[in-house]
Write a protein that binds this ligand. Structure first.
Ligand code: ATP
Ligand code: MG
Length: 429
């Protein structure tokens, strides 16, 4: 059944409609009073005027509490000064549930810890509503992008026996009589997928037992991982920049109100058009040295280095050709024998959002890499099979979904962009 919602009010200008939702706030000026009302899709102001509203509705003046659930009937009126551009001339109000306790989250400011322990209610607030609606659009944009471009969704498992990237950041779980781990990346399975379907992706939760508490790490986060057969590192970077700009275009087109609520500087999103600057690790090293950084060659960039690098450009930068020792065993060795065909995409203000590589498709080189990294071949027998049977150059990347939402919304803490964040300190409910 077609029910009217606040986000669709413009379709009902001048008509009498019914809205179902909750009281956000009320105020009164002399003979009229206002109800700020939310239904999950937005906020609207209802005007309650004696004589126009029913006597019962008018009598509710100063009697409604925040979060009372109510059904309101009224006439939609264009009102450019009002949130969303429309107002409701109230006729009737039916109370579904009257709140008798004081609602913990009032429209005033609250501390981060307080909001953290009230996530279930905090989701109702205007700011959180806007963030989650942007998050929803980012999911949709990602799915659409892969659909349009001929990818097949191949879900990687969440329980995995793979511990080939080391067990330090893996959550171990008791899996009947043996151990399994919660996945930290679906990639190896996507490589099997790409040789079966050409282009695949997975998009699901991943887990990292990282104790370090930063504003861009969660223990449970979502990752998008495309994998493509017959694609090299350069084309891989092109896919990454195209995906990112597609997502931001969709957010700009679909989330105007939300971005407005969040006071997001949308020029930051509009600027993110490909091509993104591509610089090698060596060039990045030189840049850092010129800017007086104490960064030592051969390390991974820390947050301060990433900030220095990002500040040199007005777009995300793609750093490629990394020293082999600091990257994963499966990344393709370059002809210099020292570097691998890896790439990271760094965003201004956030740092790494995408990490990817061309994969080592040569069985003999991969076996040597396994030995170098102390990975027993038996543990990877199925993965090595993909190199024995019809191996091809292939590449892919992992895009940290919440970090992408951070950029889209302008949030500076990753906890704000996921409904129920899991951090080393928090997994209570
Ligand atoms: P970082 O160096 O920032 O910890 P990483 O290099 O360990 O990240 P990858 O293994 O390359 O991360 O994972 C791919 C992407 O997943 C990253 O580029 C990032 O966007 C995201 N990501 C990684 N770890 C986390 C985390 N703990 N919480 C949220 N997102 C993450
Ligand atoms: Mg990475």
């Amino acid at each position: 059944m077609d029910k009217v919602t606040i986000e669709n009010l413009s379709d009902y200008d001048g008509k009498e409609i019914e809205l179902r939702g909750w009281v956000y706030n009320t105020r009164s000026i002399g003979k009229i009073w206002f109800i700020i009302f939310r239904d999950g899709t937005g906020l609207v102001q209802g005007v309650v005027v004696k004589g126009e509203a029913s006597n019962e509705a008018f009598a509710l003046k100063q009697k409604l509490n925040q979060e009372d659930s109510v059904i309101i009937i009224g006439t939609v009126k264009k009102e450019p000064r009002s949130v969303g551009g429309y107002e409701l001339g109230i006729k009737d109000i039916t109370i579904v549930n009257h709140v008798t306790e004081e609602y913990p989250i009032s429209p005033k400011e609250h501390g981060a810890d307080f909001l953290m322990s009230n996530r279930h209610l905090w989701l109702r607030s205007k700011r959180q509503n806007a963030i989650m609606r942007v998050r929803h659009q980012v999911v949709k944009a990602i799915r659409d992008f892969f659909d349009i471009n001929g990818f097949t969704l191949i879900d990687s498992p969440i329980f995995t026996g793979n511990a080939v990237e080391g067990t330090t950041t893996l959550f171990e779980v008791d899996y009947f009589e043996r151990s399994a781990y919660l996945t930290q990346s679906g990639q190896l399975y996507q490589e099997a997928g790409a040789t079966a379907f050409g282009k695949t992706y997975c998009f699901g939760p991943t887990f990292r037992a990282e104790k370090s508490k930063t504003r861009r790490h969660l223990t449970e986060f979502w990752m998008v991982e495309p994998e493509m057969a017959y694609v090299d590192i350069d084309e891989n970077m092109t896919w990454a920049e195209n995906l990112v700009s597609y997502i931001l275009d969709k957010v700009l087109a679909k989330c105007k109100n939300e971005l407005n609520t969040l006071e997001r500087d949308i020029s930051k999103l509009e600027n993110m058009k490909p091509p993104f600057p591509r610089i090698t690790y060596d060039e990045a090293f030189k840049l850092l040295k010129e800017r007086g950084s104490t960064f030592e060659y051969g390390n991974d960039f820390g947050a301060p280095d990433e900030t220095i690098l990002s500040n040199q450009f007005d777009k995300p930068i793609m750093i490629h050709r990394w020293p082999a020792e600091i990257k994963a065993f499966y990344m393709r060795q370059n002809d210099d024998g020292k570097t691998v065909a890896a790439m990271d995409v760094l965003f201004p203000g956030i740092g790494e959002i995408v990490g990817g590589s061309q994969r080592e498709e040569r069985l003999d080189v991969l076996k040597t890499k396994c030995a170098d990294f102390d990975i027993p071949e038996e543990d990877l027998w199925w993965y090595l099979d993909t190199r024995k049977f019809g191996t091809v150059p292939h590449a892919g990347f992992g895009l940290g979904f919440e970090r992408m939402v951070m950029f889209a919304t302008g949030m500076t803490n990753i906890r704000d962009v996921i409904p129920f964040p899991r951090t080393p300190q928090n997994a209570e409910f």
